[in-house]
Ligand binder design. Structure first.
Ligand code: C2E
Ligand code: CA
Ligand code: CA
Length: 494
């Protein structure tokens, strides 16, 4: 200060001062020299301003920029900055830094059912638990929504990270109490480690995120380390997604038909439409490979509409040409079922194809309807209102709740293949099949057994009064020409 005053005649700056009360406060001081006629300093004029409020505002601004107001944890910006700094220190020290990427598993459910203030309260509690679990030197941040990150510094070995990640998963699997309700959420955690899984912050974050995503796919409530293999899988998946988009434009899909046979008479009474994808090079991709991708990307909606249209047109044509009344079953995916236009879509597509509604059956799975049961029942009722039949596919693998089954306005149960497969090896499976058949009958539902591969299986089903069978023993899924040949020759017998 004196240096400035003696050389330039003035000084300005921030100082800490003490009030009469003893309280320390920040003030902005400027000092100017007053010179006498001889040019000598005669006075110093000091002007000061109390900048307590200004300081507080600045601090608040910094807090807003760097901290999440709800949980008071560092936010995304602070996390990025910290990670960059940590990595450069870690690089010099040659130790390891881990990034944990966390996503809560059922946060949305809490938010939707208990309201946003419960959601907020839950986030605060999660933040507290995470901070309690970690060391002073680790940084827990909230990126937004229900996403959190943890930076673990100064590690020598990767296996230290595994136990911390497990602690995080365990801690969040414990119930929380918010607004008087007990909720179970759980978390999926992805881990990437510097320098093994990335040399810079962005790569580490991306890879931890990817590992988290895989943890979710593996069934949630677990942690997962990033691996190169994962990157390969992701790339393959992205490629598949791109090819799938093109396949829709180029109409590379073909609908196959697997006959359904009336066990008592041996006649083909209907068929299940099963999509096939033939790539331009002639290879066929199995639906179990691309349907999940189509489902996730939403491509299933236009694709499913095309499949439904195709199946309805061909069925109507065969029925007319050969004087038949074949009933076609078309698989409906979760995404399609939840689409608000599904009723109109089914109505117009089948109408345009000229197929009577009672000759169309839609196959849905239990897991599709269990999400929000009441809404699903409403959708099912509207579909039934069109005159369309409904079947529960893969029955026995899901919730199989009798209580719900009674309320579902369905016509048919399709016994899952897994029970038919082991019918003769497992007495348990045999009892399950028998139980499903008699339960279905008492609920006045018809039963289709799927995956029938042997005469013995068919025999068993016949003995236990299952009316319809579908499977390789009877017929494989056929291309439309082969299917037409089969039904054009009149009634089939076994
Ligand atoms: P899903 O609906 O359970 O279809 C039955 C699957 O079992 C078909 O496999 C069929 O070829 C196969 N299958 C039939 N009989 C036998 C048998 O005796 N033994 C064995 N081991 N398998 C048998 P596919 O065609 O590969 O389809 C797999 C799954 O992909 C279907 O399971 C369905 O979930 C889905 N999918 C197929 N086509 C469509 C479609 O057009 N739309 C939608 N949304 N999903 C479809
Ligand atoms: Ca099916
Ligand atoms: Ca099935």
């Amino acid at each position: 200060m004196w240096h400035d005053i003696t050389t330039t005649g003035r000084w300005e700056g921030e100082i800490w001062d003490r009030r009469k009360s003893g309280e320390i406060f920040p003030k902005w001081l400027s000092i100017t020299t007053v010179f006498d006629e001889a040019g000598k300093a005669s006075h110093y004029v000091a002007i000061f301003a109390d900048i307590t409020t200004k300081k507080q505002t600045e601090e608040q601004l910094e807090k807003l920029a760097y901290y999440d107001p709800l949980t008071e944890l560092p936010n995304r910006m602070y996390f990025h900055e910290q990670l960059r700094k940590t990595i450069s220190i870690s690089g010099r020290r040659e130790d390891k830094t881990a990034v944990l990427f966390l996503d809560l598993d059922r946060f949305k459910y809490v938010n939707d059912t208990l309201g946003h203030s419960a959601g907020d309260a839950l986030l605060v509690k999660v933040a507290e638990r995470l901070q309690w679990l970690t060391r002073e030197s680790d940084t827990v941040s909230r990126l937004g929504g229900d996403e959190f990150t943890i930076i673990l510094r100064g590690l020598d070995r990767t296996d230290q990270v595994a136990s911390i990640a497990q602690n995080v998963v365990d801690a969040l699997a414990q119930p929380f109490e918010v607004v008087g309700a007990v909720v179970h959420i759980g978390a999926s955690v992805g881990v990437s480690v510097f320098p093994d899984d990335g040399a810079d912050a962005d790569t580490l974050i991306k890879n931890a995120d990817l590992a988290m995503y895989q943890a979710k796919e593996r069934g949630k409530n677990c942690y997962n380390f990033y691996s190169l293999d994962m990157q390969d899988k992701l790339n393959q998946r992205l490629l598949l997604e791109e090819e799938l988009r093109q396949a829709i434009e180029r109409e590379e899909f073909v609908v196959y038909y697997q006959p359904k046979v009336d066990i008592a008479t041996g006649r083909v009474t209907g068929m299940e439409a099963l999509v096939r994808w033939f790539k331009p090079d002639g290879t066929m991709v199995s639906p179990s490979e691309f349907i999940p991708v189509a489902e996730e990307t939403g491509l299933i909606v236009p694709m499913g509409k095309w499949i439904l249209g195709k199946a309805c047109q061909q069925t109507a044509q065969w029925n007319q040409r050969y004087g038949l009344s074949l009933k076609v079953a078309v698989n409906l995916s979760a995404r399609q079922f939840q689409d608000e236009d599904v009723i109109t879509m089914v109505d117009t597509v089948s109408r345009d194809a000229g197929l009577k509604h009672h000759l169309l059956e839609l196959e849905i799975t239990e897991s599709m309807v269990m999400g929000s049961v009441d809404e699903s029942i409403a959708t099912m009722e509207k579909l039934r209102g069109l005159g369309v039949s409904l079947a529960i596919d893969d029955f026995g693998t899901g919730y199989s709740s009798l209580n719900y089954l009674k309320r579902f306005p369905i016509n048919t149960l399709k016994i899952d293949q897994s029970f038919i497969r082991d019918l003769h090896e497992s007495s348990e499976d045999a009892s399950i099949v028998r139980a499903i058949i008699s339960m279905a009958h008492s609920l006045e539902l018809s039963v289709v057994a799927e995956g029938v591969e042997t005469a013995a299986q068919l025999d068993f089903l016949h003995q236990h009064a299952c009316e319809t069978a579908q499977g390789f023993y009877l017929h494989r899924p056929l291309c439309s020409d082969d299917f037409e040949k089969l039904v054009s020759t009149g009634p089939q017998t076994l």
